[in-house]
Ligand binder design. Structure first.
Ligand code: AHR
Length: 643
């Protein structure tokens, strides 16, 4: 009996030991976890771009909005504007006879017939009303010209109450019938969540107004033409290794005329020609390539711009799947040159044609571009393949050090996936961009997808992925999947959840990682997972550390500084016991930091209950061999400082 018990004990121990193969280490891409920014869901205008005036240049057009998708939602050059006349009289028209410049063709003309005591003019309600905070400073600017010898101008921020309580005010005098920029600074003496900007003219005469703009002074890093600080900081907290931008479908556009043209997004903002947005609104390009590159630099993310592969989105002109348009071959030379010019803009010396424009914008040093994306989940057609080959060849020829990220369709399998990969292998691009939005079950079932990927040829960029939902369960499915991305960090070069930002009330795509409105930022539980992976990233993967258990996915990585990080995801409804074996991994500290993200399966972080599921941090005693009980529906991280 004793003998039997002894044998059983030995067998048990052997099987326990067998589940711990000797630690296997391999390098992980230092770029693995990053972000994908697309001007979708009002992510740029009305979002990260801190401009508070909507339609500042009176360029909105009815054609910007697909009325099939948005019945009743119409745009026109006066969208978001109001005529302001209290005991006064004025006529406002939209004109284009004497524009500010050839790229900015519409402006408002205000004929002040009788200014009364208060003046008459324009109001702007911003994006769902402006949020003004007591004590905050706002920078106003506008281009004006007037027939009056001296036109007194009152700029006010007024509350959304019936009395239009004035929250901030500034005054200046405009003169001259030539366009001229005027600036004013306003300091708010009270707060409002539904404020309006008013520009009132206080003498008889005619005024033309364009590029009427208002920024909070407190932008991210205090930059002019800058970014919303709260949103930028929330993004920066992800510690993204890279940022892919500006899209997505936005990059290849709604038809070839709408392909994102980086050149029209740089230089003085009033000269950037606006365009419609494939997502059914307008893009001002105030947040353009220069600002994107600067933001990347500010947050320590490598820029990964995506350029169309000479074809537009296959969903162009409301044709689902077969709407792809190709730039005519005789115009491809010019298009390819635009791609090469972008690389020069980013990396060329300040004396080069395009490097000079970067320097003039305020950045003589290069942006150190390493990667360029060519194509976005395109339909793989002969037209695509021909143009793709042309662009790749030109980049290789002129910039052999630039790594090219190709594309493999909008799904995890199928025609575009197969043919996108085949074309990318043929062109020997460096990385291939895969996209898939699926059920949590997909992510949990395909937990070994990349284990079997070939280790030769292009690497993988999981450029867009998300499970369908914002619950803790969705976030855990993603976390489980991300442990395999770490395990396969030798073949998966980059990964980014998508979409990143969504303005509440203006979303074209759900779920999203970070929701916001003008008042605040409401990160999802999915964001918390992404943030934890960003904070606890590794440069080496170590296999065989966490024992196998039902409903548990795990990984162990070593951070650049030497810390050991163990991640364990229990996506099941019961607690799970796991064994952790850190022997052979060097001296360990007495304590490990413990981070746990847990809650009920369907818990969400929302605007009304923003911090329902957030990580809790504590510490536990560390040992070479540990057993931990993982709570149901939980993500646990152990971090052991290097000794
Ligand atoms: O992330 C949202 C959209 O999903 C992207 O624009 C596109 O690339 C994909 O279809």
């Amino acid at each position: 009996m004793n003998h039997l018990r002894h044998t059983a004990f030995l067998l048990l121990n052997l099987s326990f030991l067998a589940s711990f193969a000797a630690p296997r280490e391999k390098a992980i891409s230092p770029n693995l976890f990053g972000i994908f920014f697309e001007d979708l869901n009002y992510a740029a205008d009305g979002g990260l771009y801190a401009e508070m005036v909507q339609n500042r240049s009176f360029e909105y057009q009815p054609s910007d909005i697909d009325t099939h998708k948005n019945p009743g939602g119409l745009y026109n050059p006066f969208t978001a504007w109001t005529v302001e006349k209290t005991h006064s009289l004025c006529h406002v028209t939209i004109e284009s006879r004497c524009p500010l410049n050839a790229n900015n063709t519409h402006y408002a003309q205000i004929e002040i017939v009788s200014p009364g005591d208060a003046g008459a003019g324009l109001g702007n309600t911003g994006y769902d009303g402006m949020v003004v905070r007591q004590g905050a400073v706002y920078n106003f600017s506008a281009f004006l010209r007037t027939t009056a010898a001296a036109m007194p101008v009152d700029v006010q921020l007024v509350a959304g109450d019936k009395q239009h309580t004035v929250l901030a005010a500034a005054t200046f005098t405009a003169s001259g019938d030539e366009w001229r920029r005027y600036d004013a600074r306003l300091t708010a003496t009270a707060s409002s969540d539904s404020a309006k900007l008013r520009v009132l003219f206080r003498a008889e005469g005619t005024v033309a107004a364009d590029m009427v703009s208002l920024f909070p002074q407190d932008t991210y890093k205090g930059r002019a033409n800058g970014l919303r600080r709260d949103l930028a900081e929330t993004i920066a907290a992800l510690r993204p290794a890279f940022m892919r931008f500006p899209g997505g479908c936005l990059a290849h556009g709604d038809g070839i005329a709408n392909i994102y043209d980086w050149k029209r997004t740089i230089g003085p903002v009033e000269q950037r020609r606006e365009d419609s947005n494939i997502w059914n609104y307008r893009q001002s390009f105030g947040l353009g390539y220069y600002e994107y590159l600067l933001f990347c630099e500010d947050i320590g993310a490598k820029p990964l711009p995506v350029l169309a592969a000479g074809v537009s989105c296959q969903n162009s002109s409301r044709r689902r799947g077969d709407g792809q348009q190709a730039i005519p071959m005789e115009r491809m030379g010019e298009y390819v040159q635009d791609v090469l010019d972008l690389i020069e803009y980013c990396n060329g010396p300040a004396t080069s044609t395009w490097g000079k424009k970067r320097a003039e914008a305020g950045h003589p040093a290069p942006f150190h571009l390493e990667y360029v994306g060519v194509g976005n989940e395109d339909h793989i057609t002969p037209e695509f393949e021909q143009r793709y080959a042309l662009i790749v060849k030109a980049i290789r020829q002129h910039y052999p050090d630039i790594k090219i990220v190709g594309t493999a369709g909008p799904d995890w399998h199928g025609w575009d996936f197969e043919h996108g990969w085949a074309a990318s292998r043929r062109e020997a691009v460096d990385v291939v961009d895969e996209h898939y939005y699926c059920s949590p079950g997909f992510f949990l079932k395909n937990f070994h997808r990349y284990d079997a990927y070939p280790r030769t040829g292009p690497k993988v960029y999981l450029g867009e992925y998300a499970s369908w939902g914002s619950t803790l369960y969705n976030a855990l499915a993603e976390a489980a999947y991300m442990t395999q991305l770490e395990r396969n960090g030798d073949v998966v070069e980059f990964a980014s959840y998508a979409p990143l930002l969504a303005r509440i009330g203006h979303t074209q795509w759900n779920p999203d990682m970070i929701y916001f409105d003008s008042r605040g930022v409401y990160p999802s539980v999915n964001y918390e997972v992404q943030r934890l992976f960003g904070e606890h990233r590794g440069t080496r993967y170590i296999g065989g550390v966490v024992g196998v258990a039902d409903s548990v996915a795990s990984s162990c990585v070593r951070a650049a500084g030497g810390d050991l990080i163990v991640k364990m995801v229990n996506y099941g409804s019961r607690s799970a016991e796991v064994k952790i074996n850190l022997s052979g991994l060097g001296r360990l500290p007495a304590e490990a930091a413990l981070v746990v993200l847990t809650g009920s399966k369907n818990a969400k972080n929302t605007r009304d209950k923003p911090a329902t599921v957030v990580p809790q941090t504590s510490s536990i005693a560390a040992a070479k061999r540990m057993t931990r009980t993982l709570p149901p529906y939980s993500f646990t991280i152990l971090r052991l400082k290097q000794q």
